[in-house]
Design a protein around this ligand. Structure first.
Ligand code: ADP
Ligand code: MG
Length: 714
């Protein structure tokens, strides 16, 4: 028997004394039984022996087979959390009960090792950790925990840790060999997010000098061969899935309004088809809320003529108590319809789905390396995605999938596979992180699919302009400090610049508010006028960032009141999130040794700090009544919701560009021309920007980077 498991079971015995003991035990038993019905269960022994025999294993299995929730538990039960006795396994500190008291009064404790499992999405990390904690009958955050950006729900005791791929990447900063982990599971590998792709290269490398580390790459039924090749022909373990046939239906003509079409289809299914839940794939919160409203309205009209229809949304920013609800079974005789983003494609498995409605779109990040513009756009999905989506209908019984596009479109318009994120995103943050890890040659990094050269070059150029890299393309002290923040380099630089202008308290607030961007102000359809008036009442000179600061400070003065939010058309949930982000950032300030100083009246200092990070995003009013961006001479407008909408400041800095009917700058502040020179001497000419001014030519060093990149990319 394995000592760790015994301890664990003993603790369970102890917990018998607790009040809810009976109920808990019953629940635990039921869960234990249902765990045994998962497809992965039959292969437990084979899997464990394959893991014993191989350092790296690719695990492929249908969504819902139990990879994410079971693998970690099997590994724990198999003893992978016990420190290897041949290793140095004793460390000081810790205050667990099982510590050994040494004569000199110091405590020694046996080091436990962790099983880490990465997820591309935060919702999945949280939800799966909660499920596993429940299955093991422990409190979430103790033995089983999760870690996502700005929220760490794990502790000293944690032995099974779910986390976003981005968080594991950051753990390399503190622990370059990830010595606290005995097993790393890179889950949902087929999603090929930027962070997962970078992790591939890093974990492959540490596996070489940590022969006892186990590395599991797990994915839905996609790409297994490609993963195997990348990991030096690691063996593939296939978990045979149960999958029932799914009938696929296409529309005869393209749908002009797919949200409406989806709503109509839901109602048709509900009225004509036997019971069984419906899963609808939409692209984001806005569409989901819209569909939700439409469904509510139309079912209300139908009244009691129809069976009960429970509508459940799921998207990444939904509060966790609401997220849990999607797993509750539909009431007897009723049906549930889940309105989901593509989180439900493979990351979350919801039982009981018989019908899938697939409009064929998802929101995807795109990046234009020529001008550095990043945008979230609604894009057609790939054939691989379409098939994953359809598969959700056939898990428990034969199902039906309604594709809201034509069969011709499926065959001729959809790509076979999605493009990995690394090839369509800004790399600034990742380059900074890798540089901080001492990885200097980013061209020859071990990529599964390399990023475009132009994107890498742009990342170097931007980091140089921000002062994070010097003219020899080495990390500067500033760059090292910037890497401490899990933020875009422009935001990190803004925070660091606040030291100079003695307004770190204000900048932290602004950065936190920007991170929950666009969900601060509440604008219900039936009260738009009141909501707009309430929003405008917060406007202050200087622009939108200062307005956000004003909102936060007023809220803080009410002692974070819910009522105040309600009265002022402010989303309490978003404010709370901003507060949480701010708390996290504040703890990071200690690491970079910046004092929290407040200077709310000095909006110039505040705006100069923003300027120091966002000088790339400068736009200047031009004669045709539009603004022109300084870098790319692109015509843009101030967003109608901006505090500066009806003013015409000569120079502005924007947080982001959004393309709706026109190209709009969202979150805008007014700046003075001279501030650019002061805050971004690397980037702007020493003289003032006048009418036909251009930005400073990048020094020769960047030419060198380019030459170097070109040579290596040949
Ligand atoms: P895989 O990773 O192979 O797709 P999972 O381990 O995520 O599979 O899911 C296995 C099963 O666990 C699912 O079929 C589902 O029934 C159940 N499950 C997972 N998460 C939850 C949850 N949060 N609540 C209820 N059931 C869940
Ligand atoms: Mg999974």
């Amino acid at each position: 028997t394995i000592p760790g498991v015994n301890e664990f079971l003993q603790q369970k015995e102890k917990s018998k004394l607790h009040e809810h003991e009976d109920e808990n035990k019953r629940k635990y038993r039921t869960l234990l039984e249902s765990r045994k019905t998962l497809p992965i269960y039959k292969f437990r022994e084979d899997l464990m022996s394959a893991i014993r025999d191989h350092q790296v294993l690719i695990i492929e299995g249908e969504t819902g087979s139990g990879k994410t929730t079971q693998l970690t538990q099997y590994l724990f039960e198999e003893g992978y959390c016990e420190a290897d006795t041949e290793d140095e396994d004793e460390v000081e500190d810790g205050d667990d009960d099982d510590n050994i008291k040494l004569p000199d009064g110091k405590k020694k404790t046996k080091k436990k090792m962790m099983i880490g499992c990465t997820q591309p999405r935060r919702v999945a990390a949280m939800s799966v950790a909660a499920r596993v904690a429940e299955e093991m009958n422990v409190k979430l955050g103790r033995e089983v925990g999760y870690s996502i950006r700005f929220e760490d729900c794990s502790s000293e005791r944690t032995i099974i840790k779910y986390m976003t791929d981005g968080m594991l990447l950051r753990e390399f900063l503190g622990e370059p060999d990830l010595a606290s982990y005995s097993v790393l599971i890179v889950d949902e590998a087929h999603e090929r997010t930027l962070h997962t792709d970078i992790l591939f290269g890093l974990v492959k490398d540490i596996a070489r000098f940590r022969p006892k580390l186990k590395l599991l790459i797990s994915s839905a039924t996609l790409d297994a061969e490609k993963f195997s090749q990348f990991f030096d022909d690691a063996p593939i373990f296939r978990i045979p899935g149960r999958r029932f046939p799914v009938d696929i239906y296409y529309t005869k003509a393209p749908e002009a309004d797919y949200v409406d079409a989806a709503v109509v289809t839901v109602l048709q299914i509900h009225v004509t088809q036997p019971l069984g839940d419906i899963l609808v794939f939409l692209t984001g919160q806005e569409e989901i809320e819209l569909a939700n409203e439409m469904l509510l309205e139309r079912t209300r009209k139908l009244g009691t003529k129809i069976k009960e229809l429970i509508i459940l949304p799921i998207y990444s920013t939904l509060p966790s108590d609401m997220q849990i609800r999607i797993f509750e079974p539909a009431p007897p005789g009723g049906r549930k319809v889940i309105l989901a983003t593509n989180i439900a494609e493979t990351s979350l498995t919801i039982d009981g789905i018989h019908f899938v409605i697939d409009p064929g779109f998802c929101k995807q990040k795109t990046y234009n390396a020529r001008n550095g513009m990043e945008a979230l756009t609604i894009t057609p999905i790939s054939k691989a995605s379409a098939n994953q989506r359809a598969g959700r209908a056939g898990r428990v019984a034969p199902g039906k999938c309604f594709r809201l596009y034509t069969s011709w479109a499926y065959q001729h318009e959809l790509d076979d596979n999605s493009i990995p994120e690394i090839q369509r995103t800004n790399l600034g943050n990742v380059v900074l992180l890798l540089k901080s890890l001492g990885i200097n040659d980013l061209v020859n990094f071990d990529y599964m699919d390399p990023p475009p050269m132009e994107t890498l070059r742009l990342a170097f150029e931007q980091l140089y302009a921000l002062g994070a890299l010097n003219h020899k393309v080495e990390l500067t002290k500033l760059g090292r400090r910037m890497a401490e923040f899990p933020l875009d380099p422009m935001l990190s630089k803004t925070i660091l610049a606040s030291e100079t202008y003695k307004c770190s308290a204000e900048i932290l607030t602004i950065v936190s508010m920007l991170s929950v961007n666009n969900s601060i102000f509440f604008r219900p359809k039936d009260k738009t006028l009141l909501a707009d008036t309430a929003r405008q009442a917060f406007f202050v000179p200087g622009g939108d960032h200062i307005t956000l600061l004003n909102v936060y400070n007023q809220w803080k003065d009410t002692n974070f009141s819910t009522q105040w939010c309600y009265e002022n058309f402010i989303q309490f949930r978003s404010m709370n999130r901003a507060r949480q982000v701010r708390d996290q950032l504040e703890t990071l300030m200690e690491r970079v040794e910046i004092e929290i100083l407040s200077n709310p009246a000095d909006t110039i200092g505040i705006r100069k700090s923003i300027c120091a990070g966002f000088f790339y995003h400068t736009a200047k009013f031009s004669k045709n009544g539009m603004y022109k961006t300084i870098r790319h001479q692109q015509s843009v407008l101030i967003h109608p919701n901006s505090a500066l909408f009806d003013q015409i400041p000569r120079y502005v800095i924007y947080f982001e560009l959004v393309l709706t009917t026109k190209e709009y700058m969202r979150q805008v502040i007014e700046i003075e021309n001279e501030w650019l020179r002061e805050t971004a001497p690397h980037f702007y000419k020493t003289k003032k920007l006048d009418d036909d001014d251009k930005v400073k030519k990048m020094p020769k060093v960047l030419g060198k980077i380019k030459a170097e990149l070109e040579r290596n990319y040949s």
